[in-house]
Design a protein around this ligand. Structure first.
Ligand code: ZN
Length: 126
């Protein structure tokens, strides 16, 4: 029979959204000119407050998830694997290499320019 034990207890505190002012709610973008910086500062302040005012705290740390997006098209950043770059059904063209972005032409052109890789063939070109 399978025994279940609960261990490694933690308390997860989620910060209030920047635009949630309590008495009214606006978009985070209206409440802040730099959402990422202001959210990080809010979390660090909250962590300090927890350390100072809450009994029996073992440790407090601010954790986050990194999200990678393209600066040109804002889609999630995805790159070709070595296998995809070598496979005609998934590569951009025969010059594709591992790590090449796949989201948009601008990201591909930027990647290729940085590395001296020949530009992507446009549709209709031989
Ligand atoms: Zn892109």
């Amino acid at each position: 029979m399978k025994n279940t034990a609960r261990e490694d207890y933690r308390i997860v505190i989620t910060p209030r959204r920047l635009g949630d002012l309590g008495w009214m709610s606006i978009s985070d973008r209206m409440a802040s000119s730099d959402i990422e910086r202001d959210t990080r500062e809010r979390c660090e302040e909250m962590a300090e407050q927890v350390k100072r005012h809450v009994d029996n705290v073992g440790s407090v740390e601010v954790q986050f998830t990194e999200v990678h997006t393209c600066s040109h098209c804002f889609l999630t950043w995805e790159e070709l694997t070595a296998e995809e770059a070598a496979n005609p059904s998934t590569w951009i063209d025969e010059h594709s290499v591992e790590g090449e972005p796949v989201c948009c032409d601008k990201a591909i052109a930027e990647f290729r320019t940085e590395r001296g890789i020949p530009a992507e063939q446009q549709d209709g070109a031989p």
